[in-house]
Design a protein around this ligand. Structure first.
Ligand code: NAP
Length: 354
């Protein structure tokens, strides 16, 4: 038996979609409860820590309203000292991913959003009120749920990649690139999209050379980003090349890579490198839904109505990268977060709940 009345709205996820949904919902007096994810080693390795993928990036140049400039004083005034202390000092550039996310979180909190720093392990959307089960604590019931759990980085699945994870193999340059083991060394980035170029460019701050290894003959990255990689003397691009094996030993960790040509059978090269960074796309964080919402063949939540955030279960909405395999931008995630809160508010009103 439930002891207390169900929540009006639970939001699962804490990227731009989750916080935008929370800000809109809180201003609409829906008193949202956000599960922002747990701070754990498991989530660090999976790339699912609170604040989402943006917390793992460097400067964000394309989020409207944040031109490069000195945001230091603004950040000091907008964020509580305790959370500001967790962040690097601002050095007069554009807003960084972690700064943007802290600002979004704070904005939602300012309007009364309650935040639980925990994962949701499972849900029951088969009846209302819906049930969400946190990792730590009792099940929570809610009239309405917004799923905004985003997506996380893919791995190649090589045994050698697994062996050297955390010892020279990483899927997050911004998290790990500054480690002493990578300083003034040769490094490899695998991938050809914006993330790969962004990671390679970021790593040039520390590395002597960054080898960008891409399986095709052209980068998928946007023109401006691709041009940056081509123009950077510290980035060497290896087209038509795949990572076949990460080389190393238990003492030193990664010491090299074996690369193979994707166009010439049997052609292999070895490079001495101290680090391997994967930037080969993302998988939506939908496993915890256990088939209760309709998913696409690539496991993204399916939006069931044109230009709405409705899922296959009435009263459950989805926002951000967990449902968007096409735009996948911070600003589009924030946009669908806003839409999901408005959809939720209207649906709750139609139910006579709010
Ligand atoms: P992405 O655009 O899907 O690119 C993934 C890259 O990894 C592709 O080049 C792909 O190769 C390669 N790849 C995938 N699986 C592979 C495998 N098994 N082995 C080798 N290579 C593999 O992903 P993303 O770069 O993470 O970008 C995701 C979205 O975020 C995009 O919409 C992007 O524009 C956006 N983003 C934007 C910015 C920015 O604007 N600053 C920064 C980062 C990301 P193929 O090309 O052969 O498919």
């Amino acid at each position: 038996m439930r002891a207390s009345a169900p929540e009006t709205l639970v939001i699962i996820g804490s990227g731009p979609a989750g916080w935008s949904a929370a800000t809109y919902a809180a201003r609409a007096q829906l008193e949202p409860l956000v599960f922002e994810g747990a701070i754990s080693e498991k989530n660090r390795m999976a790339g699912t820590l609170p604040l989402g993928q943006l917390a793992l990036t460097s400067e964000v140049e394309n989020y409207a309203g944040f031109p490069a400039g000195n945001l230091g004083a603004f950040l000091e005034s907008a964020l509580p000292a305790a959370r500001r202390q967790l962040m690097a000092p601002h050095e007069g550039h554009g807003v960084t991913g972690p700064e943007l996310m802290e600002l979004m979180r704070q904005q939602a909190v300012n309007f009364g959003t309650r935040v639980v720093t925990d994962d949701i392990l499972k849900v029951d959307f088969s009846k209302r009120p819906f049930m969400v089960q946190p990792a730590d604590g009792e099940a929570v019931f809610a009239q309405c749920v917004i799923v905004a759990t985003g997506a996380s980085a893919n791995w190649l699945g090589l045994p050698s990649e697994e062996r050297f994870k955390n010892r020279g193999v990483s899927a997050c340059a911004v998290c790990d690139g500054a480690l002493p083991r990578f300083r003034n060394k040769h490094l490899v980035v695998v991938g050809g999209g914006d993330s790969a170029v962004e990671e390679a460019t970021y790593l040039t701050k520390f590395a002597s050379t960054v080898h960008l290894v891409h399986r095709r003959d052209a980068l998928r990255a946007s023109k401006i980003m691709a041009q940056r990689a081509h123009d950077d003397p510290k980035i060497a691009i290896h087209f038509n090349t795949a990572l076949a094996e990460v080389l190393g030993d238990d003492k030193a960790g990664v010491t090299g890579v074996r690369l193979e040509s994707t166009t010439e059978k049997g052609k292999e090269t070895k490079l001495d490198v101290a680090g391997v960074f994967l930037a080969i796309g993302h998988t939506p964080n939908t496993a915890f839904l256990d088939g209760q919402l309709e998913l696409s063949p690539t496991k993204y939540i399916v939006w069931k109505k044109h230009f709405r955030t409705d899922t296959s279960v009435e009263g459950v909405f989805a926002a951000g990268d967990v449902a968007d395999d096409y735009y996948r931008q911070a600003i589009s995630a924030a946009g669908t977060g806003c839409m999901s809160a408005l959809d939720a508010e209207r649906w709750l009103a139609a139910q006579g709940v709010h």
